[in-house]
Design a protein around this ligand. Structure first.
Ligand SMILES: [Zn+2]
Length: 402
């Protein structure tokens, strides 16, 4: 035993340092044992101190004096003197191959660091770090999924840009991500809802989706009591698509390759054209007005979109209907083919768009924020291959766990 070994204090409850096995610059290795001599037999309840055998289990701990630290836990197997059954001890500070305090720290770090960086910091393998994060997230997920959810937000994302889609479910009231399932279709959503059980499904009063047809049948089937609402931001994106197409047609000055090919003023104000009038200030209104005055068709398309914004700005369903009516009137006069898609979206999703007014005006706002965070996560990790790894880390950051 090294002469200074007894100066090492791990501050771990009920663990005694037996000896320092290796005190190198790059790593500290300490042998430990449960300080209790006598344990209770789980089979019959009698006390026993008869050790059948002792195994050495490596357990990673928080760094000690800046060095990654490994505990060699002398884990005992007891024989009961009363019933002769054997049992292996467990320890409250140890969870598998890591101490609980290291697990907590790894989980905190996983909200801001890559798994690779974490494994380097604590001298553990990538797999152990990921495993620790996943175990924790699974507990959190189970806890969140048990609780009642009145507003269910349903959205989709991909593991890597553009492929392998997953469905993301969150609680609209708390902002907590409840889970992530492979694919973005009725079957994926149906599987999640079946797993939640009928009682939980009956508690869902509002389901918000992004307006992809694929989820609709699963909502009707599993959530018959819920009002289905199309997320406001997705609906507004549909509305704006018509205006964008009209602008693209009008801004062209000459054939491809000529310079300039587009009217730069129209092109540069493209985001301004999409803004809601009530969000524009003096100078911006003037700039926009000058452009719309030069392009009367653009002006009509712009007014059509403003009426569509009115569906959401209205106080109630009646006001929303008036706004829609004003849009339809303009559309019947002009019949821009660019707005055909907008009209068919309104026909297909009218009920789910107007339901906004019957459901305390819920939107996917929470979820959109979440999606941005997931985006950052994916970029940090250079995309994910494994759905469960992405799900685990998403659950930890939404909302952040302390
Ligand atoms: Zn016993």
């Amino acid at each position: 035993m090294a002469p200074d070994s007894m100066t090492i204090r791990l501050h771990l409850r009920r663990l005694r340092v037996l000896e320092v096995l290796s005190d190198a610059v790059e790593r500290l290795v300490v042998a430990v044992r449960d300080s209790r001599r006598v344990v209770r037999c789980p089979h019959c309840g009698f006390l026993t101190a008869k050790v059948h055998e002792t195994r050495r289990v490596e357990v990673a701990d928080l760094p000690y004096g800046g060095r990654p630290t490994t505990l060699v836990w002398h884990r005992r197997r007891f024989t009961c003197a009363n019933c002769t059954e054997r049992h292996t001890e467990s320890h409250p500070e140890i969870a598998g191959k890591v101490t609980r305090r290291l697990a907590r720290q790894v989980v905190r770090d996983a909200q801001v660091m890559t798994i690779k960086a974490i494994s380097h910091r604590y001298g553990i393998s990538w797999w152990l770090a990921m495993r620790t994060v996943r175990d924790w997230a699974e507990l959190l997920e189970a806890e969140r999924r048990r609780r009642r959810c009145k507003v269910l937000l349903i959205d989709e994302t991909s593991l890597r840009r553009g492929h392998r889609y997953v469905t993301v479910l969150s609680n609209g009231e708390t902002g907590e991500v409840l889970g992530m399932v492979r694919h973005r279709d009725a079957r994926a959503l149906g599987a999640f809802l079946s797993a939640q059980g009928r009682r939980w499904c009956r508690g869902v009063q509002v389901a918000v989706t992004d307006g992809s047809l694929s989820y609709r049948s699963a909502i009707h089937r599993h959530l018959p009591g819920a009002t289905h609402v199309v997320d406001r931001f997705h609906a507004v994106r549909w509305f704006c698509a018509g205006l964008i197409e009209v602008r693209r047609r009008l801004q062209r000055l000459g054939p491809k390759g000529t310079n300039p090919a587009f009217d730069p003023q129209v092109f540069r104000s493209r985001y301004l054209q999409l803004r809601r009038l009530d969000r524009l200030e003096g100078e911006a209104i003037e700039r926009l007005g000058a452009i719309l005055w030069r392009y009367p068709e653009l002006e009509v398309a712009w007014r059509m979109v403003q009426h569509l914004h009115g569906i959401y700005l209205a106080e109630d369903a009646e006001g929303a209907n008036e706004a829609l009516g004003a849009f339809v009137e303009l559309w019947e006069e002009e019949r821009f083919p660019e707005f055909d898609q907008v009209v068919s979206a309104l026909l297909n999703w009218g009920e789910e768009i107007f339901a906004f007014h019957d459901t305390d005006r819920v939107t996917n706002g929470h979820l959109e924020g979440r999606m941005n965070k997931i985006g950052v996560l994916k970029r940090t990790a250079y995309g994910f291959r494994n759905v469960r790894n992405l799900a685990a880390r998403t659950i930890l950051i939404s909302p952040a766990v302390a």
